[in-house]
Design a protein around this ligand. Structure first.
Ligand code: SAH
Length: 224
């Protein structure tokens, strides 16, 4: 598990200050996030360093923001909720994230679980995010440029898998890479309507639970 300690000024001032981050965690509590470890990670992670400088003043609004290449950094509430759903399975040694994007969800996970592996299909986006991980001292994250629908078989099975883009149906390869007792948290649906869904691998079967309506960018095939 990692601490964010580092070569960048993570403290921020004004709209990017610790005080502003505290207001974000207050809002997350009001929205029903109860896991204190998740709230702590959300309150101590400098989201303003995961967006372009021109958008830094909006980084602690509870909203998705553009990160280039037609993609978005996920809304803080959704990041907190998905992380909380993963952690309900208990202590997690290894987690796979599909859709690295800005790396914000990855950085939150890195503070809460043993090992984080993440896969991104847009190389230019991943390159920028890898620099960010280095600057933030997040050396323990393993990242790969690939189509994340295939998972990362060499690193699996995983105690948790989180998918931050939405396919219509659940990719079989991801279910196959879930360890016993492991959970896959994934938005399923089309561009209009998506349902955050949890798949839990039990002894002989997989339990599916629908959580709430969400809106993500689509999970696309191949690499770009
Ligand atoms: N967790 C990210 C979310 C970024 S948006 C963040 O908070 O910043 C979703 C990301 O999923 C985009 O970067 C998109 O390129 C990526 N993505 C979409 N389909 C993918 C696929 N098949 N494999 C890997 N990444 C994918």
């Amino acid at each position: 598990m990692g601490q964010l300690a580092v070569k960048l000024d993570v403290s921020g001032v004004g709209m990017t200050s610790q005080r502003t981050r505290n207001r974000l965690t207050d809002r997350l509590r009001e929205q029903g996030i109860i896991d204190e470890s998740v709230l702590h990670a959300m309150g101590s992670t400098p989201r303003h360093l995961f967006v372009d400088e021109a958008l830094a003043h909006r980084a602690y609004e509870d909203t998705a923001l553009p990160i280039g290449h037609g993609q978005t950094i996920s809304q803080p509430y959704i990041v907190a909720r998905m992380t909380e759903l993963l952690l309900e399975a208990g202590d997690l040694n290894s987690v796979l994230e599909v859709g690295t994007g800005s790396g914000y969800q990855t950085a939150i996970l890195a503070q809460l679980v043993g090992q984080v592996a993440t896969v991104e299909r847009i190389s230019a986006l991943l390159d920028r995010t890898l620099v960010r991980f280095r600057q933030l001292g997040l050396h323990q994250i393993k990242a790969k440029y690939d189509d994340g629908q295939l998972g990362w078989p060499e690193r699996g099975p995983f105690d948790g898998i989180v998918v931050t883009a939405s396919p219509r149906v659940v990719p079989e390869a991801l279910l196959a890479q879930l360890a016993p007792g492991g959970r896959l948290v994934i938005p399923l649906g089309d561009l209009e309507t998506q349902t955050l869904t949890v798949f839990e691998r039990q002894e002989s079967d997989i339990i599916r639970t629908e959580v709430e309506q969400v809106r993500f960018v689509p999970l696309l095939g191949g690499r770009s």
